[in-house]
Design a protein around this ligand. Structure first.
Ligand code: HEC
Length: 141
């Protein structure tokens, strides 16, 4: 009886832990998808010189990106399309995330100063980081 109870408890813990892991993987994928869509619409807004919309959108995206650093716990290694290099090179990966976030903060600040040159520079910075990070840290399947 006690054994069964123990087994039940262990099983409960395990399924709980697995559920939490999967939730993190899903959350980070959802954020990346939002960032992809959001960055596409930012490009259009920038082309149209809609600076006040850029302020709001870039700010919202920077806040989404800020959550990413907490969505790669060690126990999600090998899950989703994340390469295990992320955890081997955590300092480099987390520094990339933080530069990625600050590109959107810069974009938003520059837009609130109506400085379209700096907005475009920040956009380029954000847009070019996708590929280099994926090449190194996202697996092909
Ligand atoms: C700091 C590294 C990094 C940067 C910068 C980055 N990504 Fe990613 N991206 C990843 C990783 C890692 C994954 C895989 C997540 C997983 O499945 O565990 C990913 C996954 C994705 C996905 C797939 C989500 C899914 O459901 O499979 C999309 C879309 C995406 N990124 C778009 C972008 C775009 C667009 C940019 C730039 C505007 C970008 N990413 C910048 C690391 C990055």
């Amino acid at each position: 009886m006690q054994k069964q109870l123990l087994a039940g408890l262990i099983f409960g813990f395990l399924t709980c832990a697995i559920g939490a892991e999967e939730a993190k993987v899903e959350q980070r994928q959802t954020i990346f998808k939002k960032v992809e869509k959001g960055t596409e619409s930012l490009e259009i807004l920038i082309d149209h010189g809609a600076m006040s919309d850029v302020v709001v959108k870039a700010d919202a995206l920077s806040k989404q990106i800020a959550q990413l650093v907490n969505l790669f716990p060690e126990d999600t290694r090998g899950k989703g399309r994340s390469s295990s290099k992320i955890w081997k090179n955590w300092d480099d990966f987390s520094a990339r995330l933080s530069r990625f976030e600050s590109a959107y903060v810069q974009m938003s600040n520059a837009a609130s100063n109506e400085d379209s040159k700096r907005v475009k520079q920040a956009f380029k910075l954000a847009d070019s980081s996708c590929r280099s990070c994926h090449m190194k840290y996202r697996s092909l399947w």
